[in-house]
Design a protein around this ligand. Structure first.
Ligand SMILES: Nc1nc2c(c(=O)[nH]1)N[C@H]1C(S)=C(S)[C@@H](COP(=O)(O)O)O[C@H]1N2
Ligand SMILES: [Mo]
Length: 406
């Protein structure tokens, strides 16, 4: 005990500030000891999330919504899912933030400070749907490893930033540019500074879309830390893993970007359908691009009870990756017959669309309301499960809620 090293005074006051109260016997704190109050942070407070959100993992943080929390037309931070692959960067100073453009296909390497990005290029605002490629994974059988997302790894917030295209044109690209890949400030779980937790990207055509932004605002305010403060790539309609958070670099590649989680089986599905449980070689796996058509009933909450004879108003959102949703239908007889919902147009391309319907039930009893969306190319959601794939991506099965008529 005598040789025990005690914490320094200055460190002690930092700790006290973090906890928000005096540490009475702070002088006796062994150096390097982590106070319980700091070991077990409350994620809901830490990230300003609603306590009804569900924590799937805390190392790294992965948190999802339940369907009825996603009822807002524009997803507020408190209901936005968090999907992290590594550790959130600490001590960010937005005044010192910059982003570097490099890679085989850049004419000349170039960096911009965040301030330069904001002042040099025009600002644009879009509402963009971001859905994790693994949303719905928990339903696959045989099960797939990874976060067991149910339906809540999707959001549609308002993002403000500059067009990636405008910046790329300013940087100057060589003719052989085919892909961009992002680099970010989050750190690998192993602590190895040479490893990136994730570094994905998109082909030039996606990078050049009007709606592909280097965003610095979400819902009109600074992006919350967990969602990529101070700068994030946002590429709506594609797996949200393309939308790099905390980005500080973009490589312009003369080949498909080969960063972390671009290769092997990550964010890839079998190029041809396979039987459930079948082994698929990496060379037969294809990168997920546009997300499939999907919908979510956000009102009422599953388990609702209504009085016999009254009608039930249902509502929710539907989205279809790069495409528009053409139709949403509902069924109360497990998919035997379908009725059309009212469907709104998107506020802009790549924003989810709102649907609603007034549902009548013939008599007392247990029902399920199923919703099914169809995209502008005629593709509909599968009723119960889509084709199985080894990593459990792209489950766009019909969402269902239970309703009791009494
Ligand atoms: N730098 C960085 N960007 C990232 C990730 C990450 O772990 N690190 N996760 C990606 C994945 S897999 C998803 S689904 C989305 C989640 O975005 P959100 O946490 O803001 O909802 O961010 C993507 N961008
Ligand atoms: Mo994801």
């Amino acid at each position: 005990m005598n040789r025990r090293k005690f914490i320094e005074k200055s460190a002690l006051s930092t700790l006290a500030a973090a906890i928000g109260s005096e540490i009475v016997y702070g002088n006796a704190l062994p150096k390097g000891y982590r106070l319980l109050a700091l070991q077990d942070p409350d994620p809901f407070k830490m990230f300003n999330k609603d306590p009804q959100m569900v924590v799937l993992n805390d190392k790294p943080w992965n948190i999802e919504a339940v369907a009825h929390l996603l009822d807002d037309r524009i997803t507020p931070n408190k209901y936005m899912f968090i999907r992290n692959n590594g550790k959130i960067p600490e001590n960010i100073n937005e005044n010192e933030w910059s982003i570097r453009f490099d890679g085989e296909s850049v004419k000349q390497k170039k960096s911009y400070t965040l301030q330069e990005l904001k002042s040099k290029f025009e600002h644009h605002t879009y509402q963009l749907t971001l859905e994790c490629g693994g949303n719905g994974r928990s339903e696959f059988d045989p099960p797939a490893k990874g976060n067991q997302w149910t339906v809540g790894a999707v959001s549609c917030a308002t993002w403000t930033g500059v067009r990636l295209r405008d910046v790329l044109e300013d940087v100057g690209l060589k003719n052989d540019a085919v892909y961009i890949g992002y680099h970010a400030a989050d750190t690998h779980l192993s602590g190895d500074p040479n490893k990136e937790p994730i570094s994905r990207g998109a082909p030039m055509a996606k990078a050049f879309q009007d709606e592909t932004l280097l965003a610095f605002k979400m819902n009109g305010k600074d992006i919350p830390l967990a969602h990529g403060y101070p700068l994030r790539l946002v590429a709506g309609g594609w797996p949200a893993s393309v939308s790099g958070k905390w980005i500080n670099g973009i490589s312009i590649r003369n080949k498909v970007h080969d960063g972390e989680k671009m290769t092997g089986s990550s964010y890839r599905v079998p190029c041809e359908p396979v039987a459930p449980g079948e082994k698929v070689e990496d060379k037969d796996m294809c990168i997920i691009e546009s997300m499939p058509v999907k919908s979510l009933i956000t009102y009422p909450k599953t388990g609702a009870t209504i009085k016999n004879g009254s009608s039930l108003s249902i509502r929710g959102h539907a989205w279809a990756g790069e495409l528009e949703v053409a139709k949403v239908e509902y069924s109360i007889d497990f998919g035997s017959t379908w009725k059309t919902c009212k469907l709104e147009s998107p506020v802009n391309r790549l924003a989810w669309q709102h649907f609603s319907a007034s549902v009548q039930f013939p008599k007392k009893g247990y029902y399920e309301v199923w919703a099914k969306a169809t995209d502008s190319q005629g593709e509909s959601q599968p009723m119960v499960l889509p084709g199985w794939n080894p990593k459990g991506y792209l489950n766009n099965a019909c969402h269902r809620i239970a309703v009791k008529v009494s």
